[in-house]
Structure formats: C-alpha cells, structure tokens
Design a binder for this molecule. Structure first.
Ligand SMILES: [Mg+2]
Length: 115
C-alpha cells in the first residue's frame, strides 16, 4: 500500500489504510478504543474553535493553505474520525450517503419558483 499523497484524488479507503497502518506500526491500536477516538475527535474539533477564539467571527481566516494551523486541525479531526469508522467497521462513504438520503427526506429542497 502506497502512502503517496495525491491530494484530492486520494480515496477515503486509502486514507483509512494509511491511518490503520500508522497505528499498527506504532502499536497504538490498543489505545484507539471507540471511547478514546471519540474524545479525540471532540478535542481536535475544539482546537479548530480555539484558532477562532476571541475573533469577531466575521473576519476572514488569513491562512488557509494546506499546511496552515487550521488545515492541521482539520486533518487531526479527519484522522480520528476515519480511525473511529475503521475500528467500528463503518464505511464512512456509505454512512454519509445514507445520512444525506435521510436528511433529504427530513429537509426537502424547496421548489424554486419558475420565472
Ligand atoms: Mg490538533
């Protein structure tokens, strides 16, 4: 399995494989319980909020490059989220598709008036 970073063409399955391998190589699987991973997701999400703490909220985020502080925290959340899905045997793409389908029923798009 290659860890080649191909950016937007990288699949979720490839990212999960990277993360699983990373954890296995370091013998971290024993620490990656659903409880610990769920807590880690929330902690890393709070780190995204921390970057905007004390701002007015309307000003633009100055650095949004892929190696910016906010991108690093987004990567942290994504990594723990994908590890949790992997540990639980959940396919995140299928879970998202099912959730979007449920939300489409719950929140139907309004019919746009014809001109
Ligand atoms: Mg972090």
């Amino acid at each position: 399995m290659s860890n080649e970073i191909r950016s937007s063409t990288t699949t979720l399955a490839e990212m999960i494989a990277w993360l699983d391998q990373f954890a296995k190589e370091r013998d971290w699987e024993k620490f990656h319980t659903p409880k610990n991973l769920s807590m880690s997701i929330a902690i890393e999400a709070a780190e995204i909020m921390e970057l905007m703490q004390w701002t007015q909220g309307s000003e633009p985020i100055e650095n949004t490059s892929n190696d910016s502080p906010i991108a690093e925290e987004i990567a942290d959340v994504l990594a723990y989220l994908l590890r949790l899905a992997s540990v639980l045997g959940i396919d995140p793409a299928q879970a998202l598709a099912l959730k979007i389908r449920k939300n489409a029923i719950k929140y139907p798009a309004s019919v746009q008036p014809q001109e």
